[in-house]
Design a protein around this ligand. Structure first.
Ligand SMILES: Cc1cc2nc3c(=O)[nH]c(=O)nc-3n(C[C@H](O)[C@H](O)[C@H](O)COP(=O)(O)O)c2cc1C
Length: 181
């Protein structure tokens, strides 16, 4: 198999990206949790949304798997924070590193995409988590808030969607560059 796309998503943003990518590169799409023949794929793309730094399904998917030599692994995070901000990217990278037992710098390619949030659709637990975060951020000095903190406060209670088809282009280029697609 040339490649496979696995996704972990709660409200559909990461799965939407997985389908968009599949339409462009032709890899089949599988939801995390299904049994996936990881070793059969020359390229594995994992697309997962971020919840408090954790990537949905990532740990479970790769718990008993170490990529074989030559196999390409791409991890794509989908979150609300802005991937143009270097601090956000550094935080996401160190968090992903901790979640992958076989992590070696340069072996796994990381990409970051923006999803969205609709407070009206959040589960009780997720609403509570966001409320607790909002409450703790409100107590902080304005000057000590990071760009990500300010964004979370600004978007609290809102319905926003930053999903951008064009943001997949660098990933698609890399997938094309290293295979016979
Ligand atoms: C409880 C909670 C925690 C979140 N934590 C993060 C986070 O750490 N970093 C981030 O960028 N986005 C975070 N988000 C935003 C989600 O990653 C974003 O809504 C994403 O698009 C959801 O994708 P999904 O619909 O595929 O699950 C959080 C959202 C919720 C509700």
């Amino acid at each position: 198999m040339e490649g496979i796309i696995i996704y972990g998503s709660r409200y559909g943003h990461a799965s939407a990206y997985a389908r968009m990518l599949s339409a462009q590169v032709g890899f089949p799409v599988v939801r995390c949790g299904k049994s996936v023949p990881l070793a059969d794929a020359a390229t594995v793309v994992y697309i997962g949304s971020l919840y408090a730094g954790g990537v949905v399904g990532l740990v479970r998917t790769f718990r008993r798997y170490t990529p074989r030599p030559g196999q390409r692994v791409f991890v794509v995070t989908v979150g609300i924070s802005d991937p143009a901000d270097e601090t956000n990217v550094a935080n996401i990278c160190s968090s992903v590193r901790r979640q992958l037992p076989f992590w070696q710098d340069g072996k796994v390619r990381l990409f970051h995409l923006r999803g969205g949030i609709d407070y009206g659709r959040l589960s009780f637990i997720h609403k509570t988590m966001m409320w607790m975060l909002y409450r703790s951020l409100r107590k902080k000095e304005a000057g000590s808030l990071s760009q990500e903190d300010r964004l979370f406060m600004e978007l609290y209670g809102c319905n926003v969607d930053f999903t951008d088809h064009a943001a997949l282009a660098p990933l698609v280029c890399e997938l094309w560059a290293g295979s016979a697609l």
